[in-house]
Design a protein around this ligand. Sequence first.
Ligand SMILES: [Ca+2]
Ligand SMILES: [Ca+2]
Ligand SMILES: [Ca+2]
Length: 393
Amino acid sequence: MKKVWYIVSAALLVVLASCQSDTPSMIELGLDDTYVVPRMKSLPLHPEFTGERYEWRLSCELAAGAVSDSLVATTRDYTFVAGEEGTYRLRLNIFDPVNPVEHLMQIVVRREEVAYSPYITRVYEYTPAPGQFVNELPKYEEGDTEESMRQKAEDCLAYNAGSIISLGGYGGYVVAGFDHTIVNRPGEYDFEVRGNATQGGSEPGIVMVSVDTNGNGLPDDEWYELAGSEYHNEATVKNYEITYYRPDENKTPEPGSSSSITDATYLRWTDNQSGTGYMPKVVFHKQSYFPQWLPAESLTFEGTRLPDNGVDKSGNGSYYVLQAYDWGYADNYPNNSGKIGFMIEWAVDDEGNPVSLSGIDFVKIYTGVNQCNGWIGECSTEVAGVTDLHIAG
Ligand SMILES: [Ca+2]
Ligand SMILES: [Ca+2]
Ligand SMILES: [Ca+2]
């Protein structure tokens, strides 16, 4: 039944569209009168007209005939997404002394035909910084390329596969997406990020989110950081940039302060804060720490750098505790702690202004700390998966 109804409404749309050709101004505005979309799918709306300011108002019929009406955006573009089926009415007002516009749209939201997965379904990019688990999680094999390593990372994470990938030291990242839009439910946690953190073994990663604003299915749109508990910490460095240099695997090792450090000057890095140092090689991981499938002689990463979280509790380098931050970071609390949820409401733009997003299509996670902790080596965020909390798993 549903399908027949949909075909009829699709036919109606064709008729509507042909009617519209008689009203050129509508065509120029670039917005239809009626849309039919599945729930949890972004619908980017972009008016071709500009004005002094914009108001998007969304109303939907509730039970008992009540109607909710709310101002949902004051930007030129708006991405509509609904978590529930129904008929929505969207009104755009463009305020302009010369060419004011009022445009009404009806958006029919139907149920998806194939059930969505609550988990990551695609990894778009896997670019770890050097690290002791790099080339191991996932395993690099002779002949691997960026594409085959991306596929391996996807095989680890997609559809709740539950294997771990390592992002290496500061800045290393993974970009992943879903078969639907994760809807932002106001005031609620929207998704979880799983890692391999333990009590005292936190390796915080920064989470960014993005909306497929240009509608091409690819993560080539604007990114927003989810501002966690340390975002306003004065020791947090914004616009941090680090460069790692490919190590000479045959150089003479320099023993470190601990017998577990086999080469204290293994892999050199410099940053844009006049900092420089080495990532040491530790006895537990003998493979190269530099991503072997990348041909470059150096790798540069940038982002927000969190304060160091590793503390030498023993004072003699034998016992390190990697402290958790309060909230808002990946690989920061154990998966079963009940503290691995994220709110899309935490999103901020480059200047730190909060942004209001109706949902997100992509996540990017990167290691947020640049610290080496003696014999346990560098801080590296690990990721085991992301789950949409609004779909039952
Ligand atoms: Ca939310
Ligand atoms: Ca895109
Ligand atoms: Ca970890």
